[in-house]
Design a protein around this ligand. Sequence first.
Ligand SMILES: Cc1cc2nc3c(=O)[nH]c(=O)nc-3n(C[C@H](O)[C@H](O)[C@H](O)COP(=O)(O)OP(=O)(O)OC[C@H]3O[C@@H](n4cnc5c(N)ncnc54)[C@H](O)[C@@H]3O)c2cc1C
Length: 461
Amino acid sequence: MVDQGRAQGPRRQDDEGRAGLGPACDAMTQEQPVTVIGGGLAGCSAALLAAERGTRVILYEQRPGIGGELHDTHLLGELVGSNDVGPERADRASGLLRLELRELECVTAECLEQARLGEARSLVDGGAFARLVTETVEQHEGIELRREQAPSLAVEGVVVVATGPTTWSPLARSIYQAAGEPFSFAFWGRSPVIHAERLGQGQGAWLPPYPGADPLLFVPLSDDEVDELAQRVSDAERAEPPGLSEAVLADMAEPVERVIHDEPSRFRRRVLRAPRASDAVAGDGAALRLRPDGTEHTYHIEDFVTALTPDAQRHALEAVGALSGATVVRPGMIARAPHLPAARTLLPTLQMKRTPRVLVAGLLAGVSGYWETLATGCVAGINAGRLAGGEKPVVPPPDTMTGALCRALTGQASEEPTPLAAGFGLLPGGAETTGLSKKERRARQVEIAVAAMKEFMAQVG
Ligand SMILES: Cc1cc2nc3c(=O)[nH]c(=O)nc-3n(C[C@H](O)[C@H](O)[C@H](O)COP(=O)(O)OP(=O)(O)OC[C@H]3O[C@@H](n4cnc5c(N)ncnc54)[C@H](O)[C@@H]3O)c2cc1C
């Protein structure tokens, strides 16, 4: 445990009377702990990396006392969306981030690797992952975990704020003051998770949705069931956040109710898509696709993002005979989540331009996706430790995916839409990759990125 007596210094008032928002970075010493606010993916990633590098860390997590809209447990590192973390392939942006996180010695990413499921390993046991992260944080001598809400950024020293989609006032007010810009907002969707003990006993077929993927449980629907399900969804009460009707979801997921309303035939083609090249699902192939969660008999319903009320979701799913007796253990939902307009408020080091002792990571910084969240957590964690030790903050090289992501997110002239996901298009082209096929170019970009990250870590120490 860290010395709590030194953890919280006296609050300062700046010229405008705001408590402690602006001590100069050069005044920070190794004696000061770093404060991390938010024990999600980004916050844990930052806290563990800073602590592994010898910095004392105080980590605030408001659950279980406060929260519950998006999170279900008291565990740190809880995945709020699906348990799909993408394939391990390096020719995917998330795969390259994964390789870079290994070089960055990201402990949280290591926990994610340990909790992977299946042979293709694109799924993760979310519960096992969160338990691993919680244990690792709780047992780390350099981290003091405080299960309480951090009400503001008015603590002494360097702060990493990683409060994700549940960034609420009073902290949100303090972040706004420190950033000097209002928040942007994005809508995020997720599908229901169900517990269905009787499934798998003759109902449905385990098949890979595409070659090489881990199998999903395809539960076939008769035409009557499809019609009844669509009718129940259309008639149901909704719990949409205000402003949703005109919005595109950040993760591009379309709510089923909108699909059914706009183009009913797409409900079959998209939501109830049968496995390719298989006659295991009869008729014209309408099927719900269920993705195992890691907990026995528990499944995410693929592509069934919905803003129906929890009761309406239960009622709609009862239209599917094979799901009789199933319970919805986590309803689908659509959330409106805040993030900072990164190009105007953040430096590529993830420091706030206006208040450089405050670093921002994860969804709040405007990135999209689990791996991007972990990567920004690592950059914030490294820089928090450096600032606390009086060193200059750093950014991974531009030819790493992590470095490219930080630059694209925060670039002055950035026209990248936020939330921003990693992509090979963010990496510089350069002479080394001209004339190569797409496959060869990606392979070369991966080689360059991993080598650049190794060199970066050798320099950063
Ligand atoms: C509904 C939804 C679904 C999503 N689905 C996916 C998906 O399927 N795949 C994907 O890759 N990405 C998804 N995302 C995007 C993103 O990857 C995740 O939201 C990710 O969990 C963000 O991590 P984070 O660390 O920024 O926030 P979180 O993991 O939410 O962590 C933030 C933590 O901060 C705590 N906190 C908040 N305020 C305070 C305070 N004042 N004091 C102390 N603690 C506080 C919260 O309790 C929480 O534990 C989704 C986002 C949403 C909103």
